[in-house]
Write a protein that binds this ligand. Sequence first.
Ligand SMILES: [Cu+2]
Length: 336
Amino acid sequence: MKQKFIVGALAAILGMFIAVMVVNSMKDESGDFTKIDSTVEEVMITLFKSPPAVTDHGWNVDRMIVFVHLLMAVLFVGWSIYFVVVLFKFRQSASPKADYQGVKSKLGTTLAEYGVIVAEVILIACFAVPLWADVVNEEEIDKIKKASRDKKNGLELHILAKQFDWNARYAGNDGQFADQFIEYANKGDNPFGLAPPEADTTVDDVVILSAKSKDNAIVVPWNVPIALKITSMDVIHSFKVLPLRVCKDSIPGLQLPIHFKIEPKYLKDDNNKPLAGKDDEHVYLITCAQLCGDGHGAMNGYLKAVHPDKFKLWLKKKSAGEINRRIEAKTKLASR
Ligand SMILES: [Cu+2]
């Protein structure tokens, strides 16, 4: 028992030592795992047919996916070899009589078991936990929301899913989200339940209804931290934008947060040339990652990433246009 414990402890220490060396060799000076990125990119694009990630957290997701698959590949090969060896070694002709003692020397299996444990602990502790902590970091999300209200470097965006499209709402020029009223909410032209023009002409929120075409896409700036608040009007959907590596359930009654930032350094054209100029834009497909009814397969939308200056102009114009629309609509109603 004591001897087994010593062997196990030594194996664990050796495993940890090797693992720390391997992990450290993959880090650059700033502590990020960028040294293996060309391999990660190659695997994600050629093997998993995934578009390159345009966010920093997206690269962490990809690195983890590649590491997990690597570990599974090693286990698969290891177990397959073990299976064949056992089939051959314990064939009936070689051992006609059953051995009730079993295997006596266990050093090899102990080492293998500890090796797997060490690899899994590293995947969880070095990649999965920090990644998740970053994605759900409430402090960071609050910071983005505050920056959005103060019209600084941050954008809060509300996403509303319904059968079968995606809708979005921006705070508008005042930086404040208008009140929502359940009695005004409908699945047609007012899913967010904003006050109608006759009740309030000061609401300057910009609403994108059913972002099913590229001309009516949900527009976001790159190089600006963005906090989403995602909810649903009917059943459970899931907001998924693959190049952002963002996937979050939208659940009726819950407002789930997630944040991301599109990095201009990752924005490239088909020939891998940088493409993040003032007039450039990148359109990404939004899909629903949760079976939500018979129109689930067609529940797509578009998200358009543009230069921050272009976004500011777009939002300003849209928000001012909304006020004008409301005043016009109220005047028309009054003159009836
Ligand atoms: Cu859906």
